[in-house]
Ligand binder design. Sequence first.
Ligand code: AMP
Length: 329
Amino acid sequence: MDTVVSGIRSTGNLHLGNYFGALRNFIDMQYKNRCFFFIADYHSLTTHPDPSKLHGNVKNVLTEYLGAGLDPEQSAIYVQSDVPEVTELYLLLNMHAYIGELQRTASFKDKIRKQADNVNAGLLTYPVLMAADILLHKADCVPVGKDQEQHLEMTRKYARRFNTIYGVEYFPESQPYKFSGELVKVPGLDGNGKMGKSEGNGIYLVDSDKDIRKKVMKALTDSGPTEPNMPMCEGVANLFTMLKIVSGQEVHDYFLEKYNDCSIRYGDLKKQLAEDMIKVIAPIRERILQIQSDDEYLRNVIRRGAEKARESASKTVKEVREIMGFKPF
Ligand code: AMP
């Protein structure tokens, strides 16, 4: 059984892209591995969020992940800042992280462009904090998207460097987690190739049935095929991709046949898609609403998660301190 660590950024609500692209796989993954899921509130500080929103954002992420099926009995679900060991490991790893390599990180260069007025040291050392998150539990695997591959490579570099400097085989070289199924990319229904927060085209796990129907009915299409087997415009192709993900291959093929023989009515396709989305989202949304008002339950989940994480983290930090030469008097 592998140890898997996954960080979740505490910004905004989760949408169907997050669900089908990541979360659904996490739910499956947690029953086959020893999983640590943490909510990355320290990481969110690199952009100086409004203090009055910090806690609410953490709570949103927590309730949405629990509502979607992360199981606190099975996995450690914790808030990063509840595990102070991560800050010590971050400090220790920072001593072997070189300024030049941090400055060359693609995400840092990108941030310099995007927030030129706030290029703080936290941004520069973001990959070191991420390495500390992962190495704190000596993770074998980390489920990462394309944008995080370089950071995971840096984590491996810091692990190797630590092992070499101190002549130990201590930290593992954490690998990207390989999901059994194919990873899907969820399109936007506004003709955009991707559903995303910043794209502003999300269908959210907390959306009401009415909102879902409204968003789907507004999806971009054309005036319909005029000859058999016509190529699709991007908006229509996106609807079909979505149909395959949400409704399944059979429903997709039924409508494809109608598209190809020009008898399709987009309204029928959209109605089917909206109802199938509701079948996925409504039970999740109901659970989220229920959990949101159950402070006692949330406190227990977070306390248990922090306990499990600290047990693993304190063992690592103690061993790292010994390796580095710290000794009690
Ligand atoms: P983000 O919301 O961009 O921080 O992404 C969180 C996770 O959801 C990452 O693992 C992404 O790869 C995944 N994700 C976000 N949007 C999509 C999408 N439209 N299709 C598939 N996966 C997505």
